[in-house]
Ligand binder design. Sequence first.
Ligand SMILES: [Zn+2]
Length: 67
Amino acid sequence: MNIEEMAEEFLVCPKCHNNLIYKIFKGKEILICKTCRAYYPVEDEIPMLLIDDAINIDDSINIDDSD
Ligand SMILES: [Zn+2]
């Protein structure tokens, strides 16, 4: 199981507990919460799912499922 499958199946947003979406953004792995319009970094394949790590999504990130 890769991190994308693991993330989308098991990981939830620490704020709202909705499912997260895995994406590569600017060459980095991130996990997006559409509900909070925030994302969490993944560092060395470890998702940083702390509320303090949440980064607000701006218009530069496409949070739709289509790439
Ligand atoms: Zn959330």
